[in-house]
Design a protein around this ligand. Structure first.
Ligand code: PRP
Ligand code: ADE
Length: 178
């Protein structure tokens, strides 16, 4: 019921940001306290007790779910940001999106070798964002084997791409064949 309710709250915007894209707008979930807090509770239920030492969330929408989850789970939050936003020394990785190319960066000293990092984002599409984030964290010696999302778009193949990288995905809801 909760996951169904969360899915019912997501608004769909056709042809944004480009013609042909069906944009699943998670801001409608943030606007609804019951839906937003249920997302965090479901993610806590899924991931509590698995030994994670940090949560990493990807700019921008990954911050909105990753940061409150980190507080609930009692661990630190590491932002993975778009280029030239982080002030300390960074590592960078470019990647492809459903609707373009982008680059992500993480502070070099934000991950310690042996950190067990949970990746969080609002939505899984092609998996490019999470694959790039995982590559950055792994290059710093962190372990990444799990990624959690509010929404999965299975037609775009993200879950399969991530499983080839040894990353298990969990999503609260899916939009398939729509
Ligand atoms: O699985 P993928 O194909 O990589 O796509 C998913 C990513 O795309 C969206 O972010 P976007 O890059 O649009 O940035 P934003 O959160 O700053 O709007 C979304 O929030 C995910 O991070
Ligand atoms: N269809 C989509 N809706 C919302 N965010 C996205 N990120 C990548 N594809 C998306």
């Amino acid at each position: 019921m909760t996951a169904e309710y969360i899915k019912s709250v997501v608004k769909t915007v056709p042809d944004y940001p480009k013609p042909g894209i069906l944009f699943r707008d998670v801001t409608s979930v943030l606007e609804d306290h019951k839906a937003f807090s249920s997302c965090i509770s479901l993610l806590v239920e899924k991931y509590q007790g698995m030994g994670f030492t940090k949560i990493a969330g990807t700019e921008a929408r990954g911050f909105l779910f990753g940061a409150p989850l980190a507080i609930e789970m009692g661990i630190g939050f590491v932002p993975v940001r778009k280029p030239n936003k982080l002030p300390r020394e960074v590592v960078s990785e470019s990647y492809e999106l459903e609707y373009g190319m982008d680059t992500l960066e993480i502070h070099k000293d934000a991950i310690e070798p042996g950190d067990k990092v949970l990746l969080i984002d609002d939505l899984l599409a092609t998996g490019g964002t999470i694959a790039a984030s995982a590559k950055l964290i792994r290059s710093l010696g962190g372990e990444v084997n799990h990624a959690g999302f509010v929404i999965n778009l299975p037609d775009l193949g993200g879950e399969k791409k991530l499983s080839t990288l040894d990353i298990e995905s969990y999503s609260i809801c899916e939009f398939e064949g729509e």
